[in-house]
Ligand binder design. Structure first.
Ligand code: MG
Length: 387
């Protein structure tokens, strides 16, 4: 047995959320709550596999939300959270990981440091959970639920969070033994089996989205975190040459000419890459991919845009929107516009609603008007954290 797997639970319908669509599939800053929760594990160096446990009826929502993310295929959960966790654990049987993290899909703000702390605690204990000490004074109500019976000593009370970490074999056996009991989290299943559960300091930001107002608060948390707005522009020209197609914004457009250039000459993606690099003050495309370097000869320009988007992500930022304008008399861009938007969205890892592609002619004036080449302009807006 080796490695570490993360199970992300999204089997609930979220009846408290008051919507047909489960809360995990609501968008939070352009990505679903569930995808954000899973991305933290998919991008963590200590986590080898990520699997999401879903409801069968959410499969289409899941597929749409997880496009392009490198995780195991989802598995279907059961009627209760406990059933879903057990079925998720059973589904990892062939991988037989050494350690497993079980996380609530409605907690999108889990971060790498919390995952590190929780896993580290497994070195000295068979189970570990992040939790926060209770700071509010606690009251126990009388049976009428209207008056106070007593004040509760809070000094030993903690609020449990996820991810909770276990030895895979231990927690699988504990879940099998507890099937049918009504236990509210996996640490409780471990306690039920007599395992000692270590407490690890949680994170106040690692909230669970249960109600619509939680989602609104999460949107504000995200907006506060990405408080710096930066704009960049890009411009590129490529000359027509003999050929039978042009690459524009990641789409192969049949044409009676080609475009001349060191890479695939995709002026749209080049201008856009420069716009993103400009927004984050990271030079230009030539600085990252020197035309003198033979490895970029004929290269698909996807790699330039993906690199720029990766630099934004590495700074903890997000691409808020991109806007590309192509200037040429021919080929006609309109029939390819939606495919271009989709290609840019896929390569940059953003929602297509954040991508615009426009086209114009130059009324037969100048070099674009004479059909000698294509011009692309681009603008990108990037949001970055304060730090
Ligand atoms: Mg270029």
């Amino acid at each position: 047995m080796a490695g570490c797997a993360a199970l992300v639970l999204a089997g609930g319908s979220g009846s408290r959320f008051g919507s047909e669509i489960p809360k995990q599939y609501f968008a939070l800053g352009g990505r679903t709550v569930l995808r954000r929760a899973a991305e933290a594990f998919a991008g963590h160096p200590a986590v080898d596999h990520v699997r999401v446990v879903i409801r069968a009826e959410d499969r289409a929502r899941y597929d749409a939300a997880f496009a392009g993310l490198d995780v195991l295929p989802p598995t279907v959960g059961g009627a209760t959270r406990q059933d879903s966790a057990r079925l998720g654990l059973e589904s990892l049987g062939s991988l037989a990981p050494d350690r497993v993290l079980i996380h609530d899909g409605a907690r999108p703000f889990v971060d790498a440091a919390l995952i590190d702390r929780t896993l580290a605690a497994l070195d000295d204990a068979p189970a570990a959970l992040p939790a926060l000490p209770v700071s509010d004074t606690l009251k126990r109500a009388r049976a009428d639920r209207a008056t106070v019976a007593e004040t509760v000593d809070r000094s030993l009370l903690w609020r449990a969070q996820t991810p909770q970490a276990f030895r895979y074999g231990d927690i699988l056996a504990a879940h099998r033994a507890a099937a049918g009991a009504s236990l509210t989290d996996d640490a409780m299943v471990a306690e039920h089996a007599g395992l000692s559960v270590a407490l690890v300091m949680g994170n106040e930001d690692n909230v669970k989205i249960t109600t619509q107002s939680d989602l609104g608060r999460a949107e504000r948390t995200l907006a506060d975190a990405l408080a710096i707005t930066r704009v960049g522009t890009g411009y590129d020209v490529h000359r027509f040459c003999p050929g039978d197609h042009v690459m524009l914004c990641g789409v192969r457009v049949p044409h009676d000419r080609g475009l001349e250039g060191h890479s695939d000459a995709d002026a749209g993606l080049h201008a856009l890459t420069d716009a993103i690099l400009g927004a984050i003050g990271e030079g230009d495309i030539g600085a990252h991919f020197p035309p003198s370097d033979p490895q970029w000869r004929g290269a698909p320009s996807d790699i330039f845009l993906r690199h720029a988007a990766g630099l934004v992500a590495a700074k903890g930022g997000e691409i808020a929107n991109v806007d590309v304008t192509l200037v040429c008399e021919r080929p006609k861009i309109g029939p390819h516009r939606d495919a271009m938007r989709a290609a840019i969205a896929r390569i940059a890892g953003i929602d297509v609603s954040r991508v615009a592609v426009k086209a114009t002619t130059s009324e037969k004036l100048g070099f674009t008007g004479r059909g000698e080449g294509i011009v692309a302009y681009a603008t990108a807006t990037v949001r970055l954290p304060w730090s």
